[in-house]
Design a protein around this ligand. Structure first.
Ligand code: GLY
Ligand code: MN
Ligand code: MN
Length: 440
């Protein structure tokens, strides 16, 4: 799969006379001399399937019209007995070509000394600037060194291109291999959400569910959580990016869980909102039903040819009518849409692309118009209603209710596939999942 990704990207690079230099992520300090768990950069992983730090990929397409092969060159850490005893095994230069399908591999220590000879002769270079000052500085120094040799006939890249229009457009359209991986991520997310619903009781702490999610993601083979889990009881659900996850869950409240497994560094992103007691109150049901109907209508809208924006508009139409019926907005649906008073209760958009990054790359517009959905795209659909505990203009029975429902939708040739469809979502299915006794 990763070799195919490289070949597609190389063909595009050849078309525009560019080579590409793609670093993985830098390691990040967590405290003193300990680091955060390493995750490769999504672009680098997409093109290599290689997860060691200190690695760079250099892609050199053959000149247009030539029958030379393209070249993929990996720079990686050389094997080192002492370092491997302390910090873990390394693939090493010798085994990299056969293991990863690259044409050549070199010690990353030699990257900057070897780079000029490879960049020479290419008019353009694809490189993401602005992510790491050290990398930017080293690259600019290399380019300026090459340009200094222009009198001896050296052609140095004249333009640095952002990976967005080429690589990120490729990443937007998921291949069958990627979709399989995303199905695995969604299947583990299903297990994790079910475990959480079955485990939760009044008095459970949000942190226990946070840990149970992580435990299930890792135990089932995932690389971890695709983003920071949100486990938000009661009014905490009205904080959209709630991260504390440390409050005691109260009888009679709803718990909102926004958590997705990452599998082979591909994300899932799912939200469920369920009753802590196991049964929704009538007031909670009334809000839940509006959000669910908005989500189902928006998912129906996920068809090739419909625009990305139209998915939001369909959700918003259902939400606004529901907000009026619930007594949260006043006026006709058109008036509420016009004056945007719905924003007090629904202040975010209905979704985003998803893939290697939970908020994945790829443009949302064609010119100044919202982009049409096409087969292979994956997006989330995640409407919600958030009624703060101190919302004076909300009926008192509804205060402190926050509900979001989120699924991951693959656009197919004739419609869509909901990758997270198995996760309980109707009121009946959610209550049944909450009533189950956890298997532990
Ligand atoms: N969990 C982040 C999001 O739903 O976009
Ligand atoms: Mn989410
Ligand atoms: Mn999302």
């Amino acid at each position: 799969m990763y070799t195919d990704h490289r070949q597609h990207f190389l063909a595009q690079l050849q078309g525009i006379g560019a080579c590409a230099l793609i670093p993985t992520n830098p390691t990040r300090t967590r405290s003193a001399d300990t680091e955060f768990r390493f995750r490769p950069s999504s672009d680098f992983w997409y093109l290599t399937g290689f997860a060691e730090p200190d690695s760079w990929l250099l892609l050199l397409p053959a000149p247009k019209g030539s029958d030379e092969p393209h070249r993929s060159i990996l720079f990686l850490r050389e094997k080192d007995k002492t370092m491997e005893i302390w910090n873990g095994l390394r693939l090493g230069v010798t085994d990299a070509p056969s293991k990863l399908g690259v044409d050549e591999a070199y010690d990353v220590e030699d990257l900057w000394s070897r780079l000029p000879e490879h960049l020479e002769g290419h008019k353009r270079l694809v490189f993401a600037t602005g992510l790491c000052n050290d990398n930017d500085a080293a690259l600019l120094k290399t380019l300026s060194g090459l340009r200094d040799r222009v009198r001896s006939g050296v052609q140095a890249p004249m333009e640095i291109l952002d990976p967005g229009p080429l690589l990120h457009e490729l990443r937007l359209f998921k291949t069958p291999g990627e979709i399989e991986v995303m199905r695995k991520a969604a299947a583990i997310t299903d297990e994790a959400h079910r475990e959480v619903m079955a485990t939760t009781r009044p008095g459970t702490n949000e942190c226990e569910l946070d840990a149970l999610l992580e435990y299930t993601f890792r135990r089932k083979g995932g690389t971890g959580a695709a983003y920071g889990n949100i486990v938000a009881g009661g009014a905490n659900a009205c904080i959209l990016h709630y991260v504390e996850n440390n409050a005691t869950l109260q009888d009679g409240d709803i718990c909102l869980v926004d958590a997705g497994c990452e599998f082979d560094f591909y994300a899932s992103d799912v939200t469920r909102s369920f009753p802590i007691s196991g049964q929704f109150t009538e007031a909670q049901k009334s809000v839940y039903t509006v959000v669910l109907n908005a989500q189902l209508a928006a998912i129906d809208q996920c068809q090739p040819g419909n625009t990305f924006l139209s998915v939001h508009e369909v959700a918003l139409g259902v939400l606004v009518r529901g907000l009026i019926e619930l007594g949260l907005c006043k006026g006709t649906p058109d008036e509420v849409l016009e004056d945007e008073s719905y924003r007090e209760w629904y202040m975010h958009r209905t979704g985003h692309w998803m893939g290697l990054d939970v908020h994945d790359c790829g443009s949302y517009h064609t010119g100044d118009k919202s982009r049409s959905l096409e087969p292979g795209m994956v997006l989330t659909v995640e409407p919600g209603i958030y009624i703060a505990a101190d919302a004076q203009n909300a009926p008192s029975a509804l205060r402190g209710i926050g509900i979001r429902i989120e699924d991951d939708i693959l656009i197919t040739a004739d419609g869509h596939e909901n990758l997270s469809a198995a996760i309980p979502k109707t009121i009946e299915d959610v209550e049944a999942a909450c009533a189950l006794v956890t298997q532990g």
